[in-house]
Design a protein around this ligand. Sequence first.
Ligand code: FE
Length: 336
Amino acid sequence: MKSLFYFILVALASSYLVSAEEVRLYTQRHYNADREILAAFTKQTGIDVKVIKAGANELLSRLQAEKSSPQADLYISVDAAALDRADAAGLLDKVTDKDLTDRFPAGMIGQNSTWIPITMRARVIVYSIERAGKNLPKTYQDLASPEWRGRLLIRSSSSVYNQSLLASILAAEGRGPALSWASSVQKNMARPPQGGDRDQVRAVAQGLGELAVTNTYYLGILEKSDDPKDRAARAAVGVIFPNQDDRGAHVNISGGGIVKGAKNRAQALALLKFLTSKKVQYTYQKLTSEFAVVSGVEREPLQKAWGTFKPDYGSLHKLAEHHENAVKLFDLAGWK
Ligand code: FE
């Protein structure tokens, strides 16, 4: 009887130890796929993931407020600028583990090695196959041409996707061209900005305009939708990766950094390694249609249909620097 009592005690103690392993994650990502992927991590490692989801600014303020006593171990964002802002505020720890850092092409990791990429997305132009004509845009600059007056669909400037696009134009071309681009694009809009990226593609399919701007993975989401109207909307547009003869298509990354002073640093590192393993990278491509970022992962068939492209890695680490000015230029341009 006594030994049974001890047995139960030991069993309780060890189960307590196992469930005590955890990673506290602050994430801006809001996809169902993430829930599945994190559950697979817990299943494989026994490490629990406690998730808090919010916007980039809210998470950054929280990390800042908790600096002396961090309540998160890992910070994941969908914007390189937001990761760089966390780095600049001294909120992230260097990641030096070579088994992790060697997985990525040169130039993709945060410049101070405080964050690593997890997935990548490109911001592309789509056009109505039926009505856009033959003289299609080749660059972001072409969207500003008077030829497209009243024919372009693009979401609000409050979207971080557009803010980072304009920040990349600021980085590559300077303030004057960036402002005139935003003003002209604003004049070319088929309607006042409304809805998300998918709504712009749907609007092209409905005949409201001939061009739209969207992140690549939304094309995948539309293509796999249960709603036949969404599948038809995707089928009605062609995809253009802009600026292929110069800096490349604007890309942004979703990435993560370990919080400085994290209580569960080893577990956070294990999670980053899991998320950037080849198997999980392919799972991301399948489930969210985002691009894998580690070398040697083949694109999934749906992505191959978009075509290959040259990404603008050069601007990736300048987005934070130009972020604030991009927001101001949108205001000056009257882009709501
Ligand atoms: Fe998104």
